[in-house]
Design a protein around this ligand. Sequence first.
Ligand code: KG4
Ligand code: ZN
Length: 349
Amino acid sequence: MIILGIETSCDETAVSIVEANGDLESLSFKLLGSALHSQIDTHREFGGVVPMLAKREHIKNLPLVLEQALKGAENLPIDMIAVTVGPGLEPALWTGITFAKELGEKWQIPVVPTNHMEGHVVSALLQDHTTKTKRVDFPALALLISGGHTELILLNNWLDKKKIGETQDDAVGEAFDKVARMLQLPYPGGPEISKLAEEARVKNIKLETKFPRPMIHSKDFNFSFSGLKTAVLYYLKDTPQSSDSATLKLGVAREFEDAVVEVLVSKTKIAIEKYDPKTLIIGGGVIANKTLRENFLGIKKDYPDLKILIPEKQLTTDNATMIAMAAYVNKIGNNKQLTLEANGNLDID
Ligand code: KG4
Ligand code: ZN
């Protein structure tokens, strides 16, 4: 079947057309068309996403993004529309929902409400724009790390999911963004910190200090990043910045990234040892981070039988391809349908 996905939960306006086939054991996805408009330039001067501006931009850009996504795919028989209903910013979510409803009526096809986090889980399956879809062996563990979420999900199969841990305060992407702001780097901060940390490694620049690794030894699978962020803040306050602020920034970026990587990898390994999953899936914007990708791929040596699935770079951050894919999984699994209403705090289980 052919599914048109729509994503407007945060600051990306995205539309994708995906051909989906197979049953839950033999899922097959092919991307037929997609377009994405990022609002980063609109929000940058505010240092973060402003919900009402996001709404205005989505409304303005949805028709254009749709038209662009349909280019070369105009005459396709689209069977259904999948739209993100949550979690996310409600004013932003509503723009996608309203647009999807109107399109569904115009084309006389169903509109399927879809969970954004389920999208991040399936995003790792698409491969090289071909139908060679990656396979998940169950049980699977999913680590979702984005600007709004940091959570570990245990999947016994595609439809039986349970959240086993989550952040108690800031999401990891949010911590990247806030630390970037402290270093006077533009929004979104993840890629900026990533670049500086890389440069620090090349130049062998290190801080004398180590930042904390919050909750690294806690007995549960929860996370906390606000203490780490505060440690960076105090470090910057206490360090005279007169001499070499460029070097200081490099050092802080590297030490912050190291702390985040160590916490995420270490807690995920503890969960792997407890639940013995056959597949580890990692999704969300933060897994675009090169050091984190390398470190997660590196754990393969500790668990040679574990399959590790990480999305292609452009599918790590928000996109509509993953929304169309997630809708298909629920459709063929006959999963209970969500309501077609924005739900900012929608849970995955
Ligand atoms: O999944 P996503 O696009 O949106 C949400 O659903 O939140 O994730 C965006 C987050 C931002 O916080 C951004 O700073 C972070 O992902 N991010 C990164 C990198 N690229 C994006 N964090 C660390 N390193 C990166 N290379
Ligand atoms: Zn996301």
